[in-house]
Design a protein around this ligand. Structure first.
Ligand code: ADP
Length: 153
């Protein structure tokens, strides 16, 4: 079963949307395998957003991610990475399709509610970056047999 990283960004905490956004993933059927509040640092963001380091907005994005603590989440499901990205929508909230999280809650390129891993490899790297192994829980999802056909996993 695939696991992926979601970060509820500072804008989500400040706007009181933590419950609502977490609910989007829960009601889809993803299993919450890990969740904690952390204060991000420049050091960890230099790693996490290394692909943006040459962009003029790099420091601004990092500052936004350090504005207050974030909630890091590990969600699990069949094709979890792709499914979570689809629920999230495109980066720019103004362009994101209605019905997606960014499409429904964001007016901004930067203040776009969540981070979501964009590939299986990225998810593995990013989960290791933000979680210790003992913070990821492999409990049984009681509804599992009603979420999938038995040839889907
Ligand atoms: P995504 O979060 O959709 O995977 P990226 O990895 O390209 O997108 O960018 C990481 C984060 O940096 C975005 O979620 C957004 O907060 C910010 N960002 C990216 N591009 C821009 C931009 N052109 N202007 C402002 N912020 C941006």
């Amino acid at each position: 079963m695939e696991k992926t990283l979601v970060i509820l960004k500072p804008c989500t905490l400040q706007r009181g949307l933590v419950g609502e956004i977490t609910n989007r993933f829960e009601r889809k059927g993803l299993r919450l395998a890990g969740m904690k509040m952390v204060q991000l640092t420049d050091e960890i963001l230099n790693e996490h957003y290394a692909h943006l380091s040459a962009k003029p907005f790099f420091q601004r994005v990092k500052d936004s991610m350090m504005a207050c603590p974030v909630i890091v989440c590990c969600f699990e499901g069949v094709d979890a990475v792709e499914t979570v990205r689809a629920l999230t929508g495109v980066t720019n909230g103004r362009k994101a399709a209605p019905g997606t999280i960014r499409g429904d809650y964001s007016m901004s390129f930067q203040e776009n509610i969540v981070h979501a891993s964009d590939s299986h490899e990225a998810a593995e790297t990013e989960l290791k970056r933000f979680f210790n192994p003992q913070e990821i829980f492999d409990y049984e999802q009681a509804t599992f047999g009603f979420l999938y056909a038995n040839d889907e996993y």
